[in-house]
Design a protein around this ligand. Structure first.
Ligand SMILES: C[S@@+](CC[C@H](N)C(=O)[O-])C[C@H]1O[C@@H](n2cnc3c(N)ncnc32)[C@H](O)[C@@H]1O
Length: 210
């Protein structure tokens, strides 16, 4: 019962006591993962970068620091209204200046123009997508030819554990997501074990071939 409630909140935090606790859990538990995934994404100062399922916004903060060229632009999206508001508050100055744009939407239907994003990253997120192919196809659509997507995860994390309990099927499995990426036009899809900032995690890399 408690595990199911926690799992639902990790997949879609709402403004509630449980959602607040989850936001604290993500902030404390995933900072190093978010920062590490930003570091391994190869972000260039002039890139357009997209984070999916940003949660409280720690990865957004980290990525924004790398986009030092005037054309560098950061986009974030999350379908939790609570997480969208929390990240909007955290990033308010950069949102006001136009450097950062945040969308409250589903990965499966992004309000972004085709072939406009250089790098996509996300952490502990795909486990909660009901249709991996739909998500992967949408990511591929918005990416520029040759763009890189990096997914960071800790398969031993509370989020992965929770997703196994609340999501039907085997969508939490990395091979299920990697198959969806390959079927959606990504190439060089591979998973690596990483050690960075004193943590161990897995990273899936995929190149948007077009
Ligand atoms: C477990 S949390 C991870 C948050 C953050 N990336 C981290 O690692 O701390 C998953 C996040 O992905 C978001 N999310 C899950 N499925 C989504 C979807 N289909 N579209 C947009 N956001 C989604 C949730 O609302 C939540 O904020």
């Amino acid at each position: 019962m408690f595990a199911e409630k926690l799992g639902k909140q990790l997949g879609h935090p709402t403004r509630s006591v449980a959602g607040w606790l989850v936001s604290k859990l993500l902030t404390v538990g995933n900072r190093a993962l978010e920062e590490s995934v930003v570091q391994i994404s190869g972000i260039q100062p002039e890139d357009t970068v997209l984070e999916l399922g940003h949660g409280p916004g720690l990865g957004l903060q980290s990525a924004a620091k790398l986009l030092t060229a005037p054309t560098g632009h950061l986009i974030g999206l999350d379908y939790s209204a609570y997480m969208h508001q929390m990240a909007s508050e955290l990033m308010k100055e950069l949102v006001a200046s136009g450097k950062v744009t945040l969308h409250h939407c589903d990965v499966a239907a992004m309000p972004l123009v085709d072939s406009t994003v250089d790098r996509v990253f996300h952490c502990n997120c795909y486990y909660f997508w009901p249709d991996l192919k739909k998500g992967a196809t949408e990511i591929h659509r918005v990416m520029k030819p040759g763009g890189l997507m990096v997914t960071g995860m800790k398969l031993s994390s509370v989020a992965a554990f929770a997703a196994k309990r609340v999501m039907p099927g085997e969508n939490w499995r990395p091979d299920a997501y990697m198959t969806a990426l390959s079927d959606s036009g990504f190439t060089d899809v591979r998973m690596e074990d990483k050690q960075h900032k004193h943590i161990t995690f897995q990273a899936i890399y995929a190149t948007a071939s077009k």
